[in-house]
Design a protein around this ligand. Structure first.
Ligand code: MN
Ligand code: MN
Length: 307
């Protein structure tokens, strides 16, 4: 049994990549059974998309040591399921910056596209395996979320091409409209705690000054978070102190205005401001045009903090 698994704080792309890649593997190779798994609790839009297209959530794998794994949608061990150091990794399929070392030769597939599911859709195509409507709809959802409905600077021509194709197979006429639906589900925060909002899509980056944690929420209306701002800042500060982060960040991205409000708890405000290229006021600043953690925010923080 080989587990196909995405990163901790699983997002839609990592969950759907596990499901769709395990399914493809099972169709093209009969020698081993592939099982999708998740490395944490699934988030709201993931639950919504799974329901909508008739899938159930993959099994949660708490400990991966001694297991055979295919890693999807991540390659850094700091973002992987616990026990990954003692697991046998067979393959990696990802679209993030590469920070990976392994003691034996494996298949490592990394493409600078907007979603892991875009790479997997291309794999189906090149292996000549047809996608059914449900799986196409699920993969479409993942690509729309990861590329912020094609608005993210990480979105490529390939992603747009695959979105069109999957929407056709899934019978979804207006994929922009469908994407907005997903983001409305994603950003509905009324029933979430501050910690759930921050942890919903949270990544850690090791730097020479210390660990940085960066969470992101995408919304169609940033003002939804106005009432929660103090509480969120307090929670970031708690996380920083209790979990030993040098800096803990939540940025709330307005996908209509295409900018983000940053909430920052840090042990070195000057350094954080240098990374942001802006002054914080009470730990907060709005930056126009910044919407991607992967392409914009994380590289600025890691380069500034590794100087
Ligand atoms: Mn992801
Ligand atoms: Mn992804």
């Amino acid at each position: 049994m080989v587990y196909v698994i995405g990163h901790t704080s699983p997002d839609l792309d990592s969950v759907v990549a596990a499901i769709s890649y395990a399914q493809l593997k099972n169709k093209i190779s009969s020698s081993q059974q592939h099982q999708p798994a998740v490395a944490g609790e699934i988030n709201k839009e993931t639950g919504y998309a799974l329901d909508r297209f008739g899938f159930s959530a993959p099994e949660k794998l708490d400990q991966a040591s001694e297991q055979e794994l295919i890693l999807v949608d991540h390659n850094e061990f700091s973002q992987a399921v616990s026990g990954v150091e003692e697991a046998e990794i067979q393959e990696v399929l990802d679209h993030h910056k590469v920070n990976f070392q392994y003691g034996s030769p494996i298949t490592f597939r990394s493409l600078p596209w907007g979603a892991s599911c875009t790479i997997i859709a291309e794999e189906y195509e090149s292996q000549g395996v047809e996608l059914d409507a449900g799986l196409a709809g699920l993969m479409l959802s993942a690509i729309l979320v990861d590329t912020v409905i094609t608005k993210s600077p990480t979105c490529t021509e390939k992603d747009k091409e695959v979105i069109e194709k999957l929407a056709r197979i899934a019978g979804i006429e207006d994929w922009q409209q469908f994407g907005m639906e997903l983001f409305k589900v994603r950003s509905s925060v009324q029933d979430s705690s501050a910690s759930e909002i921050i942890q919903g899509d949270f990544k850690e980056f090791e730097t020479s000054l210390g660990m940085i944690g960066i969470g992101q929420v995408e919304t169609v209306d940033v003002s939804e978070f106005d009432d929660r701002q103090e509480e969120l800042l307090q929670e970031l500060e708690n996380m920083r102190q209790q979990q030993g982060y040098h800096t803990a960040v939540l940025f709330i991205t307005d996908i209509i205005k295409e900018g983000s409000r940053f909430l920052v708890a840090t042990s070195d405000q000057e350094k954080a401001e240098e990374a942001l290229g802006a002054q914080l006021e009470g730990g907060v600043v709005y930056l126009d045009g910044i919407i991607s953690r992967k392409k914009q925010v994380a590289p600025k923080f890691t380069s500034t903090f590794n100087e």
